[in-house]
Write a protein that binds this ligand. Structure first.
Ligand code: GDP
Length: 297
């Protein structure tokens, strides 16, 4: 289960301070040292850890907290609030625009979960927003990528637009948009190619597609299991494409949680969804407060 180690360690630390009638400055410092280590061990970006620890310390050492009747509980409340803030505060909804069709561009490295998440999003938007989505097979390089998207489309009964693997993605996207308009499909979700590593060709192609499709949402899909790498990937994609949101996949696995806790601060872009299973209904809106609650128990 995600965050298991981090959650356990933080809970032990929190319990220790909670039971104290009086909390001294040195108690808070000891606690924050433990919190710092727990976060670093959970693969949270060191800059993010530093910022978090300083923020909590500054608030917790204020006289109103130290002299309150329940200082331990106040300190815990501050940790919870700062953890929520770190992950973005409020849930950020997907941008759907006002004039159809809504265009969503899925980007990310190969294996991150783009194709799966494209299908999950289509289902989510149909179920919750009454949208009529269409999936676009824009990954012409990975063998079987088109087949995989078509399988996903059949599973959720959503049309898939494909021109095979001999037509350039730029042209596929142009034709897909025209097709969606003609068919009155109000949401176009473009699956794009991923690579094992970020390279210039991939990025240029994605920039072209962005230019052509003018997407309302550029959704970066990252694999939570890859920890610090996920954060580096997010930073690179954001620098080049100015992404609008992140979906963190495989949070059902035993990720230490570093990516979930770092991405928002490093990229300043919100995590909008999390993938909680391989199944098509395994997509959840990301709520930082609930996640903080889950981590801290
Ligand atoms: P793509 O190369 O980015 O299009 O990645 P895929 O959509 O093909 O996903 C790669 C693998 O990750 C597949 O086996 C998916 O079933 C799996 N996957 C995607 N999202 C999740 C998730 O949230 N949880 C789990 N457990 N597996 C996932």
């Amino acid at each position: 289960m995600a965050f298991e180690g981090l959650g356990e360690r933080l809970q032990v630390t929190m319990d220790r301070i909670k039971s104290k009638g009086k909390v001294t400055e040195s108690d808070v410092k000891v606690m924050m040292r433990e919190v710092r280590l727990a976060l670093l061990e959970a693969d949270v970006n060191f800059k993010v850890v530093k910022q978090f620890v300083n923020q909590v310390k500054e608030r917790a050492l204020g006289s109103d907290v130290m002299q309150s009747l329940t200082p331990g509980q106040q300190v815990i409340k501050i940790v919870r609030e700062e953890l929520t803030d770190l992950m973005g505060g409020e849930n950020q909804r997907i941008n759907l625009g006002t004039k159809p069709p809504t265009v969503i561009m899925m980007v990310g490295l190969q294996g991150a979960g783009k194709t799966t998440t494209a299908g999950k999003l289509a289902l989510h938007l149909r179920k919750n927003f009454n949208k009529k989505p269409m999936l676009v097979a824009g990954d012409i390089y990975r063998p079987a990528a088109i087949d995989q998207l078509e399988t996903v489309g059949r599973q959720i009964d959503v049309p898939v637009f494909s021109l095979g693997d001999q037509v350039k993605p730029q042209q596929i996207v142009t034709e897909a948009l025209a097709h969606a308009k003609a068919e009155h499909l109000d949401t176009v979700i473009i699956d794009t190619a991923g690579r094992l590593h970020i390279d210039e060709n991939l990025m240029n192609e994605l920039k072209d597609i962005k230019e052509i499709a003018n997407p309302h949402e550029i959704m970066l899909v990252v694999d939570a299991m890859t920890g610090q790498d996920a954060v580096n990937v997010a930073e690179s994609f954001n620098d080049l494409l100015d992404i609008t949101g992140v979906t963190l996949t495989k949070l059902d696995g035993d990720t230490r949680g570093g990516a979930a806790l770092s991405i928002r601060t490093v990229t300043e872009k919100p995590i909008k969804f999390v993938g909680m299973s391989e199944k098509m209904d395994g997509l959840e809106a990301f709520h930082p407060d609930r996640m903080a609650q889950r981590i801290l128990g």
